[in-house]
Design a protein around this ligand. Structure first.
Ligand code: FES
Length: 120
C-alpha cells in the first residue's frame, strides 16, 4: 500500500481552483483555496458518488441572507457537488455545511518545493 505520492505541481492549480489526480488507484481531488493552501479529498461525493471535480469552488450563503439576496462568506472555500448541490467546507475537514457530522474522506497534504504530496 502506497503511503505517499506526488499528485501534482503547485503550478498546476491556481488559488481558487481544483483538479483531479490519483493516489494509487484512488481518484482524488486536490483543491487550492484562495489563500494558496492545498487540500485533498476523495473525488467522490458522499451522497451518490458524483465526481466532485466537476462541481465548483464557491462561497457559502450566510445565515443573514434573505430569499433572493445572497451574502457570501468563505469565498472559494466551499466545494459544491455538481449533482445535487451538497456543499463541503474545504478548510474544515470537508464537513458538509448542512450536516457537519458528515465529511468527505480526506488526505494529508505536504508541499515540498513545487511538488504537492498527499499521504494518509
Ligand atoms: S451526489 Fe453529491 S449531492 Fe448528490
Amino acid at each position: 500500500m502506497m503511503k505517499e505520492q506526488v499528485v501534482c505541481k503547485t503550478t498546476d492549480i491556481q488559488p481558487g481552483e481544483m483538479m483531479e489526480s490519483f493516489f494509487g488507484k484512488q481518484n482524488v481531488l486536490i483543491c487550492r483555496t484562495p489563500d494558496g493552501e492545498f487540500y485533498a479529498f476523495m473525488n467522490q461525493c458522499n451522497h451518490q458518488g458524483a465526481p466532485l471535480d466537476k462541481g465548483m469552488m464557491c462561497g457559502a450563503t450566510t445565515e443573514h441572507s434573505k430569499p433572493g439576496e445572497y451574502h457570501y462568506c468563505h469565498k472559494g472555500e466551499i466545494l459544491r457537488c455538481p449533482w445535487h448541490g451538497r456543499e463541503f467546507d474545504i478548510k474544515n475537514e470537508g464537513r458538509m455545511l448542512a450536516n457537519p457530522d458528515k465529511k468527505l474522506p480526506s488526505f494529508k497534504v505536504r508541499v515540498e518545493g513545487v511538488e504537492v504530496i498527499i499521504y494518509k
